[in-house]
Ligand binder design. Structure first.
Ligand SMILES: Nc1nc2c(ncn2[C@@H]2O[C@H](COP(=O)(O)OP(=O)(O)O)[C@@H](O)[C@H]2O)c(=O)[nH]1
Ligand SMILES: [Mg+2]
Length: 252
């Protein structure tokens, strides 16, 4: 494989009952980059064994298996803790279900190598199949995230194709019990902005697959919108407390 090999930046793919698409997703990521780590989060769909088989013949691929499902953020925290222990400084997170474009990995990594203190955020470019409810729903989360950071430049609060500097992300996650499920992506960008990590946004195509095409989603509309609303309520209260400091930073 002619993928780019790195000792500082790795691709991290959290995975929970992802369906068939995960195998192509991992192959596509590996074609671009090494190492790629998959964190299997208590999957029960048989994907674990097949992923472990793939890793057994590929030194650029590692599969970390967690015994029970704890959520996307919890899986990412596991991954970045082990990545830091292995000497990595940055992770590119991407979904396991084929929605994110693996061919953008080198461009995101190059941007991060240029600006290692920044976070590189994908800004989704939706195809015609994207469900309107999801596209419009994220405008609400984006509005809150921009207010909570006084418009410091978050292009999209929910999109999971991103490069994070590991150290500040870990420090933030270790201080809270939240950010373990679908509240991970928006809370991470808001808190990293508060911590002074600058966002760089790159337009990124995102695909939506029908169930017949192998599309799988674990987003539950009521449960997860409830989680996201509670998260923005928490962040908004903390924002009020941080407001003087944020205004000073904005003006300087
Ligand atoms: N580790 C882990 N990852 C998850 C879990 N739920 C979702 N993910 C990851 O988050 C990505 C986005 O979730 P998904 O269910 O596809 O939501 P959607 O794309 O917003 O409809 C998935 O592709 C997985 O990579 C979970 O419970 N555990
Ligand atoms: Mg998805």
């Amino acid at each position: 494989m002619n993928s780019i090999a790195s000792t500082t930046h790795l691709v991290l793919i959290p995975s929970y009952n992802p369906g068939e698409k995960v195998f192509d997703t991992v192959r596509a990521a590996r074609a671009q980059w090494a190492p790629v780590w998959v964190v299997v989060d208590g999957s029960t769909d048989g994907s674990t064994k097949r992923l472990e088989q793939m890793a057994s013949s590929d030194s650029g691929l590692r599969v970390i298996v967690l015994p029970e499902n704890r959520g996307k953020g919890a899986a990412i925290l596991q991954g970045i803790t082990q990545a830091a222990a292995a000497g990595f400084t940055h992770v590119l997170t991407m979904d396991s279900d084929g929605q994110h474009p693996a061919d953008r990995i080198p461009a995101f990594m190059a941007e991060s190598l240029q600006a290692p203190d920044a976070m590189i955020l994908g800004k989704p470019v939706f195809d015609a199949d994207a469900p309107r409810l999801r596209v419009n729903g994220r405008k609400v989360s984006n509005g809150w995230a921009n207010l909570e950071t006084l418009w410091m430049g978050i292009g999209d609060s929910l999109f999971g194709f991103r490069v994070y500097p590991i150290a500040p992300l870990r420090a933030i996650m270790e201080k809270t019990r939240w950010m373990r499920r679908f509240d991970f992506d928006p809370e991470a960008v808001v808190r990293l902005c508060w911590a002074g990590v600058k966002p760089i946004n790159l337009p990124t195509p995102v695909r939506y697959f029908s169930a017949e095409e192998g599309g799988v989603s674990h987003f539950k509309y009521l449960r997860d919108n409830f989680l996201l609303t509670g998260m923005h309520a928490r962040l908004f209260l903390e924002f009020l407390w941080r407001l003087p400091q944020l205004v000073i930073r904005k003006l300087c």
